[in-house]
Design a protein around this ligand. Structure first.
Ligand code: GRF
Length: 198
């Protein structure tokens, strides 16, 4: 059984999709806890599934480093096999990513390396491209720069706005996350093969 700690900042639709999958006894992964940098609305999904939650707010610390140390401490005592960033919107310092990489993956709403950063859906829409998508990558010290494990394409429609496009991307993200976590658990994906630090 692959054990996971998930970090979120938002509505947690990807978290919910993972929790639903993990609820099936045949699914080879289990979420141990869900953390956030704020009182994110998505934490309610964890509570509904009886999964412990923790919140570590950067504003309560003198430095990013101190915040990340406490965040890491909340994770390490659980000894998870994998950390999943599912809409976690804070940039983690290198001290944190070095500690966990390559056993830390992030979901991003574009076909990386195109459109990294916090405005990927808006940037894809403004680019005039006809296709965007979503990616799951190993987290390294950069922002959305780690090796891509898997991606899915999503067409950009002529009448799309940011909301409609992001909703269709999220449908693909949710399915891809469940698929990738299963493949990691079953050894079909070896994260060491994607270790950008080597
Ligand atoms: C997803 O699109 C993810 O790629 C991005 O933030 C969004 C989170 O959505 N990093 P949700 O909170 O899982 O609904």
């Amino acid at each position: 059984m692959l054990t996971i700690v998930t970090l979120i900042s938002g509505s947690g639709s990807n978290l919910l999709s993972l929790l639903k999958a993990c609820d099936n006894p045949l699914y080879p992964a289990k979420v141990l806890a869900v953390g956030s940098d704020k009182d994110a609305t998505g934490l309610v999904h964890a509570e509904q599934y009886g999964i412990p939650t923790f919140v570590v707010e950067p504003e309560k610390f003198d430095s990013k480093h101190q915040w990340a140390e406490v965040l890491a401490a909340n994770i390490t005592h659980l000894k998870p096999d994998l950390i999943v960033l599912a809409g976690f919107m804070k940039i983690l310092p290198e001290s944190f990513t070095d500690r966990f990489s390559p056993k830390i993956i992030n979901l991003h709403p574009s076909l990386l390396p195109s459109f990294p950063g916090a405005h990927a859906v808006r940037d894809a829409l403004q680019s005039g491209e006809k296709v965007t998508g979503c990616s799951i990558h190993v987290v390294d010290a950069g922002v959305d720069t780690g090796p891509v494990i898997r991606s899915r394409q999503v067409d950009i429609l002529a009448d799309d706005d940011q909301g409609s496009l992001h909703e269709r991307i999220k449908i693909q993200e949710q399915a891809m996350l469940v698929e990738v976590v299963r493949d990691i658990a079953e050894g079909k994906i070896n994260l060491e093969d994607f270790d950008g630090n080597r």
